[in-house]
Design a protein around this ligand. Structure first.
Ligand SMILES: [Zn+2]
Ligand SMILES: [Zn+2]
Length: 148
């Protein structure tokens, strides 16, 4: 858990309750994308007594505070992951979503030699718009679905 997030919670008048801490550390260690039902199940398996309603409520709050990122894909439950921008050493990434099975893959823009950061920097000159962040999702068919 990053100190900055603790401060942020505090600044917004929230406390780091046990539920919030448990869900955050789950997403930190589990990595990747998880929906509320899955997070709830995994926490129960690990012995945490937490209701599904609390998981939903906590995820909403954490998403609002940008501690976690919510990814919505039509026809699929929303998934959550630790906000990449807040994680040290983890680059900002984009998403590849399979329209057939709903699988979500993380894509590192650096792997393609492309940088969205550059685009963001150029926005003010061209559109007089100062970007504070961006989200990019590609939709398509994954390798598993393409080959079956
Ligand atoms: Zn697929
Ligand atoms: Zn992701």
């Amino acid at each position: 858990m990053t100190q900055s997030f603790r401060d942020k919670l505090h600044g917004e008048g929230y406390r780091l309750t046990r539920e919030r801490q448990v869900i955050l550390s789950f997403l930190e260690t589990a990595k990747g994308h998880h929906d509320a039902v899955e997070i709830h199940q995994r926490l129960r398996i690990n012995g945490h007594r937490i209701s599904l309603a609390t998981v939903y409520r906590t995820l909403n709050l954490l998403a609002e505070l940008k501690a976690v990122e919510r990814l919505c894909v039509e026809g699929q439950p929303a998934t959550y992951e630790i906000n990449g921008a807040d994680q040290e050493g983890r680059p900002h990434h984009y998403h590849l979503v399979c329209s057939v099975c709903g699988r979500v893959m993380d894509m590192d823009p650096g792997s393609l030699g492309a940088s969205m950061q550059k685009l963001e920097e150029k926005l003010p000159q061209t559109y007089d718009f100062r970007a504070t962040g961006h989200q990019l999702t590609f939709f398509g068919v994954c390798d598993r679905c393409a080959s079956s």
